[in-house]
Design a protein around this ligand. Structure first.
Ligand code: BMA
Length: 312
């Protein structure tokens, strides 16, 4: 058995901290990632000193060294229903490139709970709020970057007492109305993801299927541990799970993952496939800093297909 880590951490981690941000923030974490005009683009979440969150933007030539723009990219809206449901902040953006559009799904927090907002941009300068696309209580949604027979698909994460924090898939004709939901992956008893599973990074297309790098939670006497796992969905019908790795692929280990705003957390909102068969995975460490590491695409696929656990 190979004991090498699946995700090789970048030696220069953390790649982004609050000290790199030219306006006052307390954290930099849980960032979505995309390629935009030949560069890497990161949308990161930051806590303000009010305890509420906004979203900033950073660019990089190599995926490791990022420069933050002068102003935040997205702050709570002051218009209409978005103002009502973003009152407590905007969090954890995921970016989905669909044609010329970049779709951003984010958690909208308010006194009414947390729900998913959908925004769209083409230039990362202006942003259009499209719709609030879930009820409360939902805080993770990742849209597939292709349509299936003309329909959009997303992974989402409803919660109920009878079936806590599981990973589902929903369909939509127009990105606004979602339904025909099916449950795909559930927490497994006395397993690293026994409390919660939820969509993490944007979905990555491979010849074997869609790679879904998700997060899972285990509870100890010392509180929750957030880790990353991986699943593979059928290319033509993403509601079919081809396999879910039995083992996690990343667990808190570096100091800035073990301690910080929330200790023992690695949490991803973004990953990118490179031409050489590697995948760059970005994650927030302890809800405080941004980190990056690489994994081999084929290793992740192999874990899903050959070292798998039951999805449900
Ligand atoms: C989740 C979300 C994430 C956060 C994680 C660990 O419930 O709030 O944004 O990274 O907890 O604190």
């Amino acid at each position: 058995m190979n004991s090498k880590p699946v995700v090789r951490r970048f030696a220069g981690n953390p790649v982004l901290t609050k000290d790199d941000v030219p306006y006052p923030v307390e954290t930099v974490h849980n960032a979505g990632i995309a390629r935009f005009q030949g560069r890497y683009l990161m949308l990161f979440r930051s806590h303000l000193r009010t305890g509420r969150s906004i979203i900033g933007i950073a660019y990089s030539e190599d995926g490791y060294h990022f420069d933050v723009t002068k102003k935040p990219f997205m702050v709570p809206s002051d218009k209409g229903e978005f103002a009502v449901y973003e009152e407590y902040g905007v969090e954890d953006p995921r970016i989905c490139q669909l044609g010329e559009d970049y779709l951003i799904t984010y958690s909208a927090y308010s006194r009414h709970g947390v729900r998913i907002g959908l925004a769209r941009t083409r230039n990362f300068e202006t942003i259009e709020r499209v719709a609030l696309i879930s009820q409360a209580d939902m805080r993770n949604a990742v849209i597939f970057p292709e349509t299936f027979d003309g329909r959009y698909a997303r992974l989402d994460r409803p919660h109920s007492e009878i079936s806590p924090w599981s990973l589902w898939l929903s369909w939509s004709p127009d990105l606004v109305h979602w339904g025909e939901s099916v449950v795909l992956i559930k927490p497994q008893a006395y397993h690293w993801d026994e409390v919660k599973v939820g969509p993490g990074a944007n979905l990555l297309k491979t010849p074997e299927g869609w790679l879904n790098i998700y997060h899972g939670v285990f509870r100890t006497m010392d509180g929750a541990i957030y880790r990353l796992g991986v699943a593979l969905h059928d290319l033509d019908n993403p509601a079919t799970v081809r396999g879910v790795s039995d083992e996690w692929i990343l667990s808190p280990q570096d100091t800035w993952e073990l301690t910080g705003y929330v200790h023992n957390v690695v949490f991803t909102c973004g990953a990118l496939a490179e031409d050489d068969g590697t995948i760059k995975i970005y994650w927030g460490g302890a809800d405080t800093v941004m980190c990056v590491g690489t994994a081999d695409r084929d290793t992740l696929i192999d874990l899903c297909l050959n070292r798998s656990r039951e999805p449900i």
